[in-house]
Design a protein around this ligand. Structure first.
Ligand code: AHG
Ligand code: MN
Ligand code: MN
Length: 338
């Protein structure tokens, strides 16, 4: 174990990268680490527990069925983050409103405690996504909505946990991206993917093609482009779509590729949420050398209007994202000219 760096050691080593010098930020990361371990353990035995698997019978604010594990993960993260006292407020996919925590705390968290929850019952990878900001309201007061409605460019850190064939935690504080794999035998995350970078281009495109007929002409034309044969540009690309953003993103980050959740006729702003899905992934991808856009605007420059706002997302390898944007712009041009 001599040459191994654990997440705990890494956090201490990189203390200087963290905002504030008091170790508060490290305490925050260690809360996330603890909750991830607990959720990971529960996810691994989800198939065994009939009281965990399945719908809880209620719906969240977006009218989606909440799964029991969603609620469990939400509780675990909130509990761990509350205990550390450095967090002043949490916004979660599973809570209609933000939750004020310790008014003396400095940090704001936005999170998707369980992403890809439709995959829980069928043993397919799921994840947790988080985004960390410094509050804008004065310390000592109660948090306000404005604390949460900050642009993605203001993020201090962002990360995700993937509960896959192994559990991994990947995060950035704006100084590169590092990935840690969980060793359940000794209960620690180990630095397995230092300084992660994403290829400029790959050969994977990830989109729910069931929405083809509901998609814009630009997106339809891109899908046809991805499918056409051109060995010089590695086409046809491989279509890969898991239906868990975390898992699709993680694979594309490592192999190179592009993930799209564009607007459709039934979901004009797409499906994914700006604060706790798009912004954190955008921060990570940019730190790894990739890009993230709605097709018309850089994700991290969007001024959020509401907590559960949705935006279209095109994210991944820079050259592949650029190509999608070309198709979207071409369509915009046709619409204005025609
Ligand atoms: P969540 O489980 O947190 O609600 O997120 C599900 C999201 C995302 O993970 C995934 O990429 C997308 O929904 C899949 O949507 P479709 O089933 O419409 O393709
Ligand atoms: Mn999600
Ligand atoms: Mn979720």
């Amino acid at each position: 174990m001599e040459n191994v760096t654990t997440l705990g050691e890494f956090i201490i080593e990189r203390q200087q990268d963290h905002p504030g010098s008091s170790g508060e930020f490290s305490r925050l990361l260690s809360a996330i680490r603890l909750a991830s371990k607990i959720v990971s353990q529960q996810v691994n035995k989800a198939g065994l527990l009939s009281n965990i698997v399945g719908a809880v019978g209620s719906e969240n604010i977006q009218g989606e069925e909440q799964q029991k594990l969603d609620v469990y993960a939400n509780d675990q993260f909130i509990k761990a983050l509350t205990k550390r006292k450095v967090v002043c407020g949490i916004a979660s996919e599973e809570n209609d409103d933000f939750i004020p925590i310790n008014s003396e705390g400095t940090y704001i968290i936005a999170m998707d405690p369980l992403d890809g929850s439709s995959n829980i019952d069928v043993n397919v990878s799921i994840g947790t996504i988080f985004s960390i900001y410094r509050r804008v309201s004065p310390v000592g007061s109660s948090v306000t909505e404005a604390d949460f409605l900050q642009k993605g460019t203001e993020q201090l850190a962002a990360g995700y946990v993937i509960y896959g064939s192994s559990t991994m935690l990947v995060y950035t504080t704006g100084n590169g991206v590092n990935g840690f794999t969980y060793d359940p035998g000794i209960g620690v995350f180990i630095l397995s993917h230092p300084n992660m970078t994403t290829p400029k281009a790959g050969k994977i495109y990830s989109i729910n093609e069931g929405n083809f007929c509901k998609s814009s002409k630009g997106i339809q034309n891109y899908i046809k482009y991805a499918q056409s044969v051109d060995p010089d540009t590695n086409r046809p690309y491989s279509g890969r779509y898991i239906g868990s953003l975390v898992a699709d993103f993680h694979r594309n980050l490592i192999k190179g590729g592009v993930y799209l959740y564009p607007s459709t006729s039934s979901a004009p702003n797409g499906k994914l949420r700006l604060l706790y899905e798009c912004n954190p992934m955008a921060f990570i991808v940019e730190q790894a050398g990739g890009t993230a856009t709605t097709g018309r605007k850089r994700i991290m420059e969007i001024d959020p209007a509401e907590l559960h706002q949705r935006v279209p997302l095109v994210i991944g390898s820079a050259e592949m994202v650029d190509k999608v944007v070309e198709f979207i712009k071409e369509e915009d041009l046709e619409v204005t000219e025609g």
